[in-house]
Design a protein around this ligand. Structure first.
Ligand SMILES: Cc1cc2nc3c(=O)[nH]c(=O)nc-3n(C[C@H](O)[C@H](O)[C@H](O)COP(=O)(O)O)c2cc1C
Length: 211
């Protein structure tokens, strides 16, 4: 059985691959509400197999596309979907998760979420974590949306604003989109995002090494 095979309970066996390039890294994978959410489950699985500890945070709209259970099963970690702590929490997850993380990844990132982060709006778990990531961990954003949305002056200005603040972007790719049109807007493939994360972190020792 390979490292990614499903077992009889529907869970995937996630023993790190031999070349565990992301071992000891803590990754915060944020998922927002677009069709490409289904690719993020594969990304979460690939990051886990590369040895990273992956914590997933989802917007309420992302939960309409894919269930938190999918991410919990592939990462074997708790999935966060709300800024409001439940009784079992003793800390504020929107702060503690970004303090612990080596990298915050938003994939897919909706036009709305990119706009919120550029505009300094923090009104849900993911946008609040993005604000608290400042000075704590780097951020990599993988946009995914309809081509016209991607080309809109507002979205392009928001991307420029964030790039000027040091936020990294990957994609989107050109291709056929879920809405039936062809053009820029497809989220980068999970393998491309994995490679980008590996090269981004290659020069940075994991925070857990410093603990
Ligand atoms: C079927 C469907 C697909 C959508 N796909 C996208 C998308 O790929 N990219 C995007 O920016 N918005 C998309 N949207 C719109 C977002 O879901 C909407 O802007 C939402 O408010 C985003 O919320 P969030 O960023 O908090 O997850 C889609 C909406 C629907 C109904």
């Amino acid at each position: 059985m390979s490292a990614s095979d499903e077992n009889s309970t529907g869970q995937t066996n996630q023993s790190p691959d031999p070349a565990a390039s992301l071992e000891r890294y803590e990754l915060l994978l944020c998922v927002t509400g677009g069709i490409a959410c289904y690719k993020s489950a594969d990304l979460a699985s690939k990051l886990t197999r590369a040895g990273a500890s992956v914590t997933v945070a989802m917007t309420e709209n992302a939960c309409r596309f894919v269930t938190p259970l999918t991410f919990q099963a592939v990462t074997r970690n708790r999935v966060f979907t709300s800024i409001w702590p439940d009784m079992a929490d003793h800390d504020s997850k929107h702060i503690s998760l970004t303090e612990r993380a080596d990298l915050m990844i938003i994939a897919p990132a909706t036009a709305s979420m990119i706009g919120k982060i550029a505009g300094g709006i923090a009104d849900d778990l993911v946008s609040t974590m993005a604000m608290s990531a400042c000075g704590s961990c780097e951020m990599l954003i993988a946009p995914a949306m309809n081509s016209r949305m991607f080309s809109s002056p507002a979205l392009q200005a928001n991307i420029k604003t964030l790039e000027a603040r040091g936020v990294r972007f990957i994609g989107p790719n050109d291709g056929r989109l879920a809405c039936g049109t062809t053009g820029p807007g497809r989220m980068s493939e999970p393998d491309e995002i994995l490679t980008a994360i590996e090269s981004l972190l290659a020069q940075t020792p994991p925070k857990s090494n410093l603990a």
